[in-house]
Design a binder for this molecule. Structure first.
Ligand code: NIG
Ligand code: FE
Length: 402
């Protein structure tokens, strides 16, 4: 049993509504707080009261002013990849079109080529380095998608690299199979044939090796059609996989399919229509917005405010990937989006913790905590991501990542 504190403020983020708007008045703020860690549970309260009640607990004294929050959950990333796409980025900011970039050899396929060239160890090392950077920024749970392999050997290589990476970082990694990212240029057959190949050939191996229990598909005019996605998601679900969808990024359609299929989450939503928003507001599917992709592509944000007002369970994730979202700073992205979309601090913190965990079909792990060097939690979003945590705990144990 261990008592950590005193903290200037603790925001346990417990008791918040699972969906819809949240006001800052609904946030529990414990002044001069302490946290008692025992086995895999934590108890938040007044430091003095905990000290009196548990005088024999081991002590982890906090000597400076700090504010404590649960660790963040990034429920959508693509941080297992080879190479980078700075050439694409330079062309895009210079005004070149998507087609120009594709003709110059850019786009997702470029990352597929670079990821196929890397071996499993290299990919695992790259993934660990990125996961540790995220952990230092207070992100204690990280979802990671495959999807830059797109053939048997390379998709398995990515998922095995993610599994190896999980053994070499203190962050919790949650793998997702995104073989349905695009139809690979070297696949002999149409989109239906490719999706059938994933279901019949790839998924059985993924399951047998316990490499992932989640499956994702990019529903878009340039990727997979709503019609093909419908059958794919049904079959994936019947095979016991949890499902999630890259939806409504450039055109509407994916979120309706996601809701209909009972997906855990529909992610992106920049192009969601009023009807899509209403549907997500009433659905069990978590609406995941990805401000990092809007920043990377220079496009409008997803309608986060409207989604919350419609009653949606809104999560914010980084989409960290080499193409559309190279920055990978989740807190910065959430803070910047909150100013544009008018999201309260409570809504942002809920979107980065409980609601993001729900998108992964999980609850927030107790004892994953982060402390910021301030007496006032409002400083965290105010500095728009420049204020970083100074201490991180996993399962109640202080990490040495910082
Ligand atoms: O989530 N939308 C599709 N996939 C990624 C981008 C991947 C890439 O460009 O490499 C995304 O934004
Ligand atoms: Fe993505």
């Amino acid at each position: 049993m261990k008592l950590i504190g005193p903290f200037s403020q603790i925001l346990p983020l417990t008791g918040l509504p699972e969906r819809g708007p949240v006001s800052d008045e609904q946030l529990l703020v414990i002044e001069n707080g302490g946290v008692l860690v025992y086995e895999d549970a934590v108890l938040f309260g007044s430091y003095e009261a905990l000290l009196q009640q548990y005088p024999l607990a081991e002590m982890e004294r906090i000597e400076e002013a700090m504010t404590l929050l649960p660790g963040f959950v990034d429920c959508h990333t693509h941080i297992c990849f080879g190479g980078n796409r700075s050439r694409d980025y330079a062309m895009r900011i210079a005004g070149k079109s998507y087609l120009d970039i594709a003709r110059a050899g850019g786009g997702i396929w470029d990352s597929v080529m670079k990821t196929r060239e890397a071996d499993e160890t290299q990919l695992a090392e790259l993934t660990v380095a990125r996961a540790n950077r995220h952990l230092r920024d207070g992100v204690t749970t990280i979802e990671i998608k495959s999807g830059y392999g797109l053939d048997m050997e390379s998709e398995l290589k990515m998922l095995r690299a993610i599994r190896t990476a999980a053994q070499h970082t203190e962050a919790t990694l949650v793998p997702t199979c995104l073989a349905a990212h695009m139809r690979p240029k070297d696949f002999d057959g149409d989109e239906k044939a490719y999706l059938q190949w994933i279901l019949r050939e790839l998924i059985p191996v993924v399951k047998a090796e316990h490499l992932a229990d989640r499956i994702d598909i990019f529903v878009e005019e340039t990727a997979f059609s709503t019609e093909a996605a419908r059958g794919f998601l049904q079959s994936a679900k019947a095979a016991g996989m949890q499902i999630t969808v890259h939806a409504d990024q450039f055109s509407s359609g994916g979120s309706a399919v996601a809701v209909e299929a009972g997906a855990l989450s529909a992610d992106h939503l920049e192009a969601s229509t009023e009807e899509d928003i209403r549907r997500l507001g009433a659905a069990g599917t978590v609406a995941v917005v990805l401000p990092g992709a809007s920043l990377g592509l220079g496009m409008a944000y997803a309608p986060a405010r409207k989604l919350l007002n419609a009653g949606a369970c809104l999560a914010i994730a980084s989409d960290w990937n080499p193409g559309s979202a190279p920055m990978g700073d989740l807190l910065m992205q959430a803070a910047v989006m909150s100013a544009a979309e008018r999201l309260s601090s409570a809504e942002v913190f809920a979107a980065l913790t409980h609601r993001a965990a729900k998108a992964l079909g999980r609850t927030l792990p107790a004892g994953d905590l982060q402390a910021y060097p301030t007496k006032d939690y409002r400083d965290i979003l105010y500095y728009q991501g420049r204020m970083k945590p100074v201490r991180i705990w996993k399962g109640g144990q202080k990490t040495d990542i910082i």
